[in-house]
Design a protein around this ligand. Structure first.
Ligand code: ADP
Ligand code: MN
Ligand code: MN
Ligand code: MN
Length: 365
């Protein structure tokens, strides 16, 4: 029986013949990327440009059918794509580009899933404090039958223990995808800074940052696009579900590391502690911003077990992975650096997460 996307398994040498065709020097293939109405999934479509753009302002505003992306009714369905960041295209190479976009309605208002606009405004108001973010994106690879990749089809792998940062064909599943994705991110211009195999087999993590302001979330969305797209080439599915396998298996988060200039300077630990006090008073507001369903997704993950804190309480501590917020050991020793908010869900919108962090800690809202 032929799998529906059997093409994923055909020899890519055939594709290479066409990709090697000479491209006219004045033509650029621009793949516009945006977040759809789920607030979790990305969409993309490609057009030809007649010159090489130097900045997003040089790029045309484009549109698409929002009734097919959970963003509009069929009767008034055009949604507008406003280019906001350019990356190199690691698939089509040459002058071809990826264009990260914001989405707007015909009346000029941002769509419900456009959280970038308000994030960028908040970052601008806090720019004197130079907020830096580093996000750890955990994710799980699935087979096309949506069963965890590499797991026995009728049962479970052995209990957690040997898999985290594991090496060997019985410890980790899907390293090809992880390495291809890492290279693709570096080529594209995404500030990826590391990767590791996670506690649950077929679960992995990569980190982006530290990047200032809205740049971290821009890079994270492009990194997610690249991950889905690379995995597609391997015939594998990526899920950002925060608890893909119920029971004694770790969930997936998006730990968000944060600092300001004051935190990074000598004795910045005092600023870090002040910021944690502010966070402790806004726990519910943050939980609402940390997954696309106002805490519903994180309810399955933040149980107080499997290296998580309870969704109902705020806690903080040095080197404690069972807390909402962790001060890394090295930061406590050097008395400066950053804090780690461990609450965001793997499927969070990094625009919403970074925005609320700045509102609470930098703008005292
Ligand atoms: P963990 O020990 O929690 O697994 P990782 O090494 O996975 O930590 O991730 C650390 C993250 O912290 C990276 O995304 C990195 O960019 C970020 N980071 C490092 N220094 C800072 C800083 N001063 N401000 C904000 N983020 C930072
Ligand atoms: Mn990590
Ligand atoms: Mn991790
Ligand atoms: Mn972490």
């Amino acid at each position: 029986m032929a799998a529906p996307n059997q093409i994923a398994y055909t020899n890519k040498r055939v594709l290479d013949r066409y990709l090697a065709l000479e491209q006219p020097a004045d033509k650029v293939m621009a793949t516009y990327i945006w977040i759809d109405g789920t607030g979790e999934n990305v969409r993309a479509k490609t057009r030809t440009l007649d010159s090489i753009p130097k900045s997003p302002k040089d790029l045309p505003i484009w549109n698409y059918d929002g009734s097919s992306t959970y963003q509009a009714d069929g009767s008034n369905s055009d949604i507008y794509l406003h280019p906001c960041a350019i990356y190199r295209d690691p698939f089509l190479l040459g002058n071809n580009i990826l264009v990260l976009c914001e989405t707007y309605r015909h009346n000029g208002k941002p769509t419900e899933s456009n959280h970038r606009k308000s994030c960028a405004e908040v970052m601008d108001r806090a720019k004197d404090q130079h907020p830096w973010f580093g996000l750890e994106q955990e994710y799980t690879l699935l087979d096309q039958d949506l069963h965890p990749f590499g797991w026995p089809k009728n049962g479970f792998p052995g209990p957690q223990g040997p898999y985290y940062c594991g090496v060997g064909a019985n410890k980790v599943f899907g390293r090809d995808i992880v390495e291809a994705h890492y290279k693709a991110c570096l080529y594209a211009g995404v500030m990826i800074c590391g990767t590791n195999a996670e506690v649950m087999p077929a679960q992995w993590e990569f980190q982006v940052g530290p990047a200032e302001g809205v740049k971290m979330a821009d890079d994270m969305w492009v990194a997610r696009y690249l991950l889905h797209r690379v995995a597609e080439d391997f015939g594998v599915v990526v899920t950002l579900d925060p608890k893909p396998v119920p029971g004694n298996w770790n969930g997936a988060g998006a730990h968000t590391n944060f600092s300001t200039t004051a935190m990074r300077e000598e004795n910045g630990i005092i600023e870090i502690e002040k910021a944690i006090t502010k966070l402790s008073k806004q726990h519910i507001r943050h939980i609402k911003a940390y997954d696309p369903h106002e805490g519903k997704d994180n309810e399955r993950r933040l149980t107080g077990h499997h290296e998580t804190s309870s969704i109902h309480d705020f806690s903080a501590g040095v080197a404690n992975r069972g807390c909402s917020v962790r001060i890394p050991r090295q930061v406590a020793e050097e008395k400066k650096g950053y804090l780690e908010d461990r609450r965001p869900s793997s499927n969070c919108d990094p625009y919403s997460v970074s925005e609320v962090l700045v509102r609470t800690m930098c703008l005292d809202e």
